[in-house]
Design a protein around this ligand. Structure first.
Ligand code: CP
Length: 338
């Protein structure tokens, strides 16, 4: 695909070569993400961040990624703080915001809303999550993480096993990740959820049509015993009709040190798109795994910065100029090693 000026709305728009290009560029962003070097390659460019649903990682890492490339970020957070609360349409908002920005990242609670916004925008729009539909940049960073983690295990993206656990019905990150996996060779996918929160049938069909072996189950312990990656997810309580309904499923699949040690192979990689629900009644991924070397959740969030920097560089056509506009930093950080 031609990245320059493209909207990033769904993972369905990518070919395998596009994913590999994003990863190749992401691999070059390390010194900038770690603030060992600074680049001004996007000096003068403005990112419009429009987050109409809660977010920590996606909003801040989009913003940090743009800043790290030398650009400036302007934000609107929450519908109540935007003129949408006064009835302004997506069309008008897109026309206005795209006059102030060179690229826009948007999260919105309704499926398809970011695509509607993008149709009216005059600058590229990146989907930061639209309802239960898709979260394409999360899927890219997840796949980038899987690829890096598998390198040490003698596996590749064309030959590995993954268990996805939890709310697979409303979890947009697993929808996008499954669609991306269809671009790769032979993946065994175990889908672990209560039947009511099962992966949409259309996504399962896509996986099978791509030649992947798919198992659907509600058994956590047996599912994690023979996989390379365990990908846990939160119950998406904001998509349920009531808290009472969400409570029916909270805490159904708890991954903790005892279960992991007993059932999984020791080097099985543990992933989660975050946020995890750390309340005692939920706790789908227990904090007693926090120091476990297999826990990759914070490597995932760090990788998110690299992947989002790569996307901005590609969308604005500067991926080959980042180093030319760089210099060493002159300050010292007391960051502890990860
Ligand atoms: N993974 C993710 O989308 O996190 P945020 O909701 O914090 O952006």
């Amino acid at each position: 695909m031609d990245f320059i000026g493209a909207n990033i709305l769904s993972v369905s728009q990518f070919e395998r070569a596009d994913i590999e290009r994003v990863f190749e560029v992401a691999d070059t962003m390390g010194p900038y993400a770690r603030r060992e070097k600074v680049t001004r390659v996007l000096e003068g460019a403005i990112l419009g961040n429009m987050f109409l649903e809660p977010s920590t990682r996606t909003r801040l890492s989009f913003g940090a990624a743009f800043n790290l490339l030398g650009g400036t970020v302007r934000e609107t957070v929450g519908i109540s703080a935007s003129a949408m609360a006064k009835g302004e349409s997506l069309y008008d908002t897109a026309r206005v915001l795209s006059g102030y920005s060179d690229v826009i990242c948007m999260r919105h609670p309704q499926e398809g809303s970011v695509a509607e916004f993008a149709a009216a925008s005059r600058v590229p729009v990146v989907n930061g999550g639209d309802g239960a539909n898709e979260h394409p940049t999360q899927a890219l960073l997840d796949l980038y993480t899987i690829s890096k983690e598998l390198r040490g295990h003698g596996r590749t993206l064309d030959d590995f096993r993954i268990a996805m656990i939890g709310d697979l019905r409303y979890g947009r990150t697993v929808h996008s990740l499954c669609k991306l996996l269809c671009l790769f060779g032979s993946v065994q996918v175990v889908l672990v959820s209560p039947p009511e929160l099962a992966m949409p049938e259309a996504v399962v069909e896509q996986l099978r049509a791509a030649g992947h072996r798919v198992t659907v189950t509600d058994q956590l312990e047996t599912s994690i015993s023979g996989v390379d990656i365990v990908y846990s997810t939160r119950i998406q309580e904001e998509r349920f009709a009531s808290q009472e309904e969400a409570n029916l499923y909270r805490g159904r699949f708890r991954l903790n040190r005892e279960i992991f040690t007993r059932y999984a192979q020791p080097n099985t990689v543990i992933m989660h798109p975050l946020p995890r629900d750390s309340r005692a009644e939920a706790s789908e991924l227990d904090t007693d795994l926090d120091e476990h070397p297999s826990l990759a959740i914070f490597r995932q969030t760090d990788n998110g910065l690299l992947v989002r920097m790569a996307l901005f560089a590609l969308l604005l056509g500067v991926e080959d100029k980042v180093d030319r506009y760089s210099r060493e930093v002159c300050w010292h950080s007391r960051r502890n090693p990860a």
